[in-house]
Design a protein around this ligand. Structure first.
Ligand code: NCD
Ligand code: ZN
Ligand code: ZN
Length: 343
């Protein structure tokens, strides 16, 4: 096959950051995605409709002229989030709110301690039809980092889903067979996003032959059996799993560091990485559903009307990206060859 044409895809989980970073990150995503769910973990976080709309405006200012790209905004849940915050946000067209357990990931210090305390907020979200997006990892010091996603399912996620069966939940960036099987067994108000790195890599790619900080993200890469299960579920064409890159830029010096930041910046090669993965799986016919249909269907919005085309044309991901404000980012898959290229 020399080329494939699909409905324009959407990215249901990414990080644009703010200010000067937007001049880099927004064009990268707008080059191919119709919409993106923009994560709210700025410093300070985006906690109400007013802040989300102001952030959306900054993103729109950084969107290349004539691009059809539309950012979809999210609220960052804290222990101070009120029912009014949710209602106001929903009325302002904000489709989702994000739950970060405090300390779980980049810029999560302001986040939720004691998830049960948020149940009244979940109740309002359920009534309002606002989606709950979850970074699903416990943060207890005694729980091994490779077990934190499974522990989150057992201690929180199953209960939240049971208690609020109508509340649409997206289990973000899943990394384990446990998460994939939990989502498959759950009702149709539970779905998940999967990143390119968790489909392409396992923890050997992080740790064998030297530590590779540019493959470090959270939840951390798991063993190959988990990777294989994620590959199986996307190849199966299940509509409970859809595209969310978790593209998360960090300056080079903050990743190549004695205490390196978590996050992989994949926006410039995102759809090409997924195409390669589905091609390797012999499942290119399942790419369109995953990338362009199931996410929109789950969020309850129309699928994009236009298309993109990918050509079978090898190219190499750049080693480095220069930031407009100075400084550099090493993109995910830097210096490596991909077989598919956006036309
Ligand atoms: C994300 C970031 O850098 O904001 N990092 C990551 O490793 N995934 C945060 C997140 O999605 O958890
Ligand atoms: Zn996360
Ligand atoms: Zn993320």
């Amino acid at each position: 096959m020399n080329q494939i044409t699909l409905t324009r895809p959407d990215d249901w989980h990414l990080h644009f950051r703010d200010d000067q970073f937007l001049l880099e990150t927004v064009p990268a995503t707008a080059r191919c995605f119709g919409r993106a769910i923009v994560m709210p973990n700025l410093v300070p976080p985006v906690v109400n409709a007013e802040q989300a709309l102001a952030y959306r405006q900054r993103i729109q200012q950084a969107t290349p002229k004539g691009s059809p790209f539309t950012p979809l905004m999210t609220l960052y849940l804290t222990n101070q989030t009120s029912a009014e915050d949710i209602i106001e946000a929903k009325q302002a067209g904000i489709p989702a709110a994000k739950l970060y357990p405090a300390g779980a990931t980049t810029n999560s210090d302001a986040a939720v301690k004691g998830i049960e305390a948020l149940y009244p907020v979940f109740e309002t979200m359920s009534e309002q039809g606002m989606l709950l997006l979850i970074h699903g990892e416990v943060t207890d010091a005694h729980i091994d980092i490779f077990d934190r996603e499974k522990a989150f399912i057992d201690t929180h996620l199953r209960q939240i889903h049971q208690r609020f069966p109508e509340l649409k939940i997206v289990f973000e960036h899943i990394t384990t067979a446990d998460a994939a099987d939990f989502v498959l067994d759950a009702s149709d108000t539970m779905a998940a996003t999967i990143t390119p790195q968790h489909l392409m890599y396992n923890r050997n790619d992080l740790l064998v032959g030297g530590i590779r900080p540019h493959n470090y993200c959270l939840p951390v890469l798991k063993r190959n059996t988990h990777q294989q299960r994620l590959r199986d579920v996307v190849a199966s064409g299940s509509n409970k799993f859809f595209l969310g890159t978790d593209s998360a830029p960090h300056a080079k010096h903050t990743k190549e560091n004695a205490c390196g930041c978590a996050g992989c910046y994949s926006a410039w090669s995102a759809i090409e990485l997924y195409a390669q993965i589905f091609d390797d799986l012999g499942a290119l016919d399942k790419l369109e559903g995953f990338a362009a249909h199931y996410g929109a269907d789950y969020y309850g919005v129309a699928r994009n009307k236009d298309t993109i085309t990918l050509r079978n044309e090898p190219w190499t991901v750049p080693e480095m990206i220069d930031l407009p404000q100075g400084g550099q980012i090493v993109p995910f898959y830097a210096g490596q060859e991909l077989q598919w290229k956006l036309a």
